[in-house]
Design a protein around this ligand. Sequence first.
Ligand SMILES: Cc1ncc(COP(=O)(O)O)c(C=O)c1O
Length: 381
Amino acid sequence: MKVPMLDLVAEHAPYRAELQSAFDRVLNSGRFVLGPEVEAFEREIGAWIGTPHAIGVSNGSDALLLALQAVGVGPGDEVICPTYTFFATAGAVARLGGVPVFVDSAECCYNLRADQVAAKIGSKTKAIIAVHLFGQCADMDPILTAAKKHGIPVIEDAAQALGAKDKGRQAGSMGTLGTFSFFPTKNLGALGEGGLITTWDASLAEKIKKLRVHGAKQKYFHELIGGNFRLHELQAAFLRVKLKHLDSALKKRRKSAQKLMISIQEKWNATMPLDSCLCQGQGSSVEQKPGTILLPFSCHSGEGEHTWNQFVIRVTGMGKRDALKEILGAKGVQTEIYYPRAMHEQECFLTSRRSFPVASMLSKQTLALPISLYSLEGVSL
Ligand SMILES: Cc1ncc(COP(=O)(O)O)c(C=O)c1O
């Protein structure tokens, strides 16, 4: 038995012909970088997310870099962000000479603690990055309120959360800027690399479009120091095909997540970790005996707000997560650890010697399962 985390060949099979005709269209056009496919994709995905501006870029890491540069982050500026995230979030801050100021995670959804964001805002704070981890939105209202009070822009790192919602609002439409990744493992994945920035702000959109092409609106006349952050025509054409199928793909994914939830509850005795959301630091977790498998918790009760880009469980107790990974691996079930080390513990960020107990605990206890695991007869432990 082999259960991969993701089977992209199988996923693409139903619209293989559409992808091949998109390829032919671009091949026949002779236009390969920033052309009509990118423009059409930007219009279509902007309408899908609901923001007036959507700018296609090279990847999700560059989308973060451009967003931070657009709001003026430079050397010495502080940017508040979670420590339990993919490297690109904090990495983009450091690439601009900024200083990531980490906050701990909430034990419920693993997103950043909204109350800690407000507490960390200081005179050097230039921006806040709220990451929507694993396909579930962070608790945006307290973050937006604190940011507004201090006049600080909020960047939503929605790399993993296209289509996720917080109280009906789409990820990437709530803050000053939203950033997305189209890495193949994402719910809308390119057949290569791609990224996107969304905004309501026309002047920021204009600035980002310039930064995307070496800071020049008119070729060879450079107003800003930008770079090459262009999206390719082929990727835009493929993404246009996949965007047409995104609603049904998300629906299917949510159904699979629900089935997997039930199946591991029944077969592995997995249990809900909490009875209420802890995003704002209120409430407390329940002590669990070592080896307890905890189901993913949804903080947003609205219909279809979680997109399940990753289905992430927790296993309590020292070494118990790694033991489960090994057992599943021996049965042919691939799993992934997102992320084995929080950012404040990374060698390149060791100057920030603070402790973030929940983030450190998550890095030792979380395990991502293949969403297709639900359909198995049952992997007994
Ligand atoms: C939270 C988060 N931010 C940023 C990125 C970077 O996106 P990309 O891989 O397209 O550069 C990722 C990619 O996995 C991510 O998960």
